[in-house]
Write a protein that binds this ligand. Structure first.
Ligand code: RB5
Length: 149
């Protein structure tokens, strides 16, 4: 499994902790930035990760900003991306199982490190259930197609 990661400056510390966590589990990752604490714009990193997940170059992505809100809104503008902002493990499980979310968004200023790592593990270890959920996810794609023209 190849995981794409990105953050703005506000999400950088948590991103580093997640990278250490995933590398300790021998999970292949690529960090698309930001790499410094200099102030930057979350849409730039949302787009890099979102494009790499939408193209299927990477199976799943993780994006972090201060709240997780801006970076998830931006990622969801890329066709094929279903980014889910999660602050609990139930949502992390459900967004994979029901919504086939392909990007997890986290808020560094909202969610503590221990919980964030549990959310990451839950997200990466849960499969899409398909079945009745597939029809609904397909309807999300249809909305995207309608407004992509
Ligand atoms: C940066 O200050 C902050 O606005 C950003 O990280 C994020 O929380 C936006 O949604």
């Amino acid at each position: 499994m190849k995981i794409a990661l990105g953050s703005d400056h506000a999400g950088l510390p948590l991103k580093k902790q997640i990278i250490d966590h995933l590398e300790s589990k021998k999970i292949e990752i690529k960090d698309f930035g930001t790499y410094t604490e200099d102030s930057c714009d979350y849409p730039d990193y949302a787009m890099k990760v979102a494009e790499n997940v939408a193209s299927k170059e990477f199976e799943l992505g993780i994006l972090i900003c201060g709240t997780g809100i801006g970076i998830s809104i931006a990622a969801n503008k890329v066709p094929g991306v279903r980014a889910a902002l999660c602050g609990d493990t139930f949502s992390a499980h459900a967004c994979r199982e029901h919504n086939n979310a392909n990007i997890l968004a986290l808020g560094q200023r909202v969610t503590g490190q221990g919980l964030a790592l549990d959310i990451v593990d839950t997200f990466l270890n849960t499969e899409f259930e398909a079945g009745r959920h597939e029809r609904r996810v397909n309807k999300i794609s249809q909305i995207e197609e309608k407004y992509s023209k």
